[in-house]
Write a protein that binds this ligand. Structure first.
Ligand code: NAP
Length: 494
């Protein structure tokens, strides 16, 4: 399998700034793309000097605004600037599929540049993607390039399927944006000639990461066919700490694996992707912890009891489900009680979603008497029936009931989570100050609910403690190894 190159897309105003950016990132990149459309006019005319200044293979790209670039002059001017750059002997020159410039291809060849023949779709993934890519090259030396914008799981699946239908010869195929991001990291596995990165926070295209992150977090250069691909599914996923936690664990232990975010809107399509790229492990978050169970060949007792699954591990092409939320929730809670809940502990769980179920099951397993409070009463009643608990709807009338189950209060609804930071689902409840209060929401780290509990003198537990502990257990399911202790102590992780 041919290794993909990391190409730093340089979007600076001057050639010397572009060289500086390349030099700062040289150890992380194999080649660079000069985005000449970002240069000021007096620098653009000198672009033929750049390959010598850069000292690494360079792609010349002068992108017009219709293709996502900054060049706003006439097409005649654009072609004239491209011609002026050719004597600089760029390794590659990016020419769009629609460009009309008789003789330019031959001139580029004579100048020693290999043509990248590109097309861009910023609105989706064309249904005939494979055919379009195949039709791009005008000679066998050209490299076809498609940069498309998957906006759904189905788009991403079609993109990956299209890449698999392509001939083995050099090609550049990548998905832009958050949904397309995995294709950038998995460029070698998907057979893309290169993958682009940007530096200094100047994103030359949607979905770029910086060269250091691509190397040190995602381990781009060590990805091969034997790399175990893991990831998280859910919606929304922006801001998930799981890629950071798992990838840093893999890198520290030298494990050949990578962990990626897969924003998902359709589980069936996602599992087709998982099959195509032979995924090893999947973390599951909102809103799929229940629906995902039907995609598992088997689930363990924790999933059956909690009715929710947040971890899938693939063995011989089939997924097996686990629930690490339960032990991840119990670990910090029991830590506050020297490892065991006192006999007769009475606890309230607010919420009856996937995470709520895991918490109710965990508390019941540890011998607590539980009250379940939920906005949709029906769900609270069903869950209470399963574990023989008390239940209540969520509202002012339930504060007396909560007071009778208040040794531990666990908040498991998504109220209070970004972007609804101000929400406090128990605003009507007055803390006594004796409760141990756990809010499993981790963004923000201290919710309005938890802050109120803290001010009332309660002992509080933050959601990030559960997030961390459930991830460590998940890491063991994915790799068979304990999460490294040195990293557990690193405050930047969660
Ligand atoms: P879920 O299955 O979608 O359940 C959502 C729950 O929140 C339901 O009980 C829902 O009530 C309730 N809810 C939503 N909006 C509400 C509102 N405005 N007021 C009152 N109740 C509301 O989600 P989940 O997987 O259980 O996750 C819930 C939260 O836990 C999320 O914030 C998630 O990030 C967090 N979580 C944290 C960890 C961790 O490791 N710290 C692990 C898992 C989950 P209805 O039944 O009435 O809709």
């Amino acid at each position: 399998m041919k290794k993909s190159l990391i190409c730093l897309s340089v979007a600076e105003k001057t050639l010397s700034e572009a060289v500086k950016t390349i030099n700062e990132n040289k150890k992380y990149i194999d080649c660079a793309e000069l985005r000449a459309d970002f240069l000021v006019p007096q620098e653009l005319v000198k672009a033929n000097k750049f390959p010598k200044m850069a000292g690494i293979p360079v792609i010349f790209t002068l992108r017009k605004s219709a293709d996502g670039g900054q060049f706003v002059g006439t097409e005649t001017d654009r072609i004239s600037f491209i011609r002026k750059a050719l004597p600089g002997r760029y390794s590659y020159i990016d020419l769009e599929e629609g460009i009309v410039a008789p003789g330019l291809d031959a001139e580029a060849e004579t100048a020693g540049s290999r043509i990248i023949r590109s097309f861009h779709d910023f609105n989706g993934v064309p249904s005939d993607l494979a055919q379009r890519i195949r039709a791009l090259p005008r000679s066998s030396r050209e490299i076809p390039k498609a940069a498309v914008m998957p906006v759904s799981t189905s788009d991403l699946m079609r993109l990956i399927l299209a890449v698999r239908e392509m001939p083995q010869s050099d090609k550049i195929v990548l998905g832009m944006g958050a949904v397309g991001f995995p294709t950038r990291v998995l460029a070698t596995i998907l057979g893309s000639f290169l993958s682009y990165v940007s530096a200094n926070g100047r994103l030359a295209a949607p979905g770029h990461v910086d060269p250091e992150t691509m190397n040190t977090l995602y381990g781009f250069r060590s990805i091969s066919e034997s790399t175990s691909v893991c990831g998280i599914i859910g919606s929304p996923l922006a801001g998930s700490r799981s890629p950071l936690i798992h990838n840093r664990g893999f890198r520290m232990l030298g494990i050949d694996a990578v962990y990626l975010p897969f924003p998902t809107d359709n589980l069936g399509d996602f599992f087709e992707i998982a099959r195509l790229i032979r995924m090893k492990g999947v973390s599951v978050t909102i809103p799929y912890k229940e629906e995902v169970i039907r995609f598992a060949r088997e689930v363990d007792r924790s999933v059956r009891e909690a009715g929710a699954c947040n971890t899938l591990v693939c063995r011989n092409g089939e997924f097996f489900g686990y629930n690490t939320d339960i032990d991840g929730f119990l670990a910090p809670l029991l830590g506050r009680f020297s490892g065991k809940l006192p006999a007769g502990t009475r606890a309230t769980v607010v919420g009856a979603g996937g995470a709520g179920k895991a918490c109710v099951y965990g508390l019941a397993r540890e011998g607590a008497k539980v009250l379940i409070v939920n906005r949709t009463e029906e769900k609270a009643r069903e869950l209470a029936a399963r574990y023989g608990c008390e239940w209540s709807g969520l509202g002012e009338g339930c504060d007396r009931k909560i007071a009778a189950y208040s040794d531990v209060i666990v908040q498991t609804t998504s109220a209070g989570m970004e972007p609804n930071e101000g929400e406090d689902p128990l605003s009507f409840y007055k803390f006594k100050g004796t409760e141990v209060v756990f809010d499993i929401v981790y963004k923000p780290p201290v919710t309005a609910f938890l802050s109120r509990a803290q001010k009332a003198g309660c002992r509080v537990i933050m959601g990030k403690e559960m997030l961390r502990d459930q991830a460590y257990i998940q890491f063991k399911h994915f790799t068979g190894r304990e999460f490294p202790q040195e990293l557990k102590d690193d405050p930047s992780l969660v």
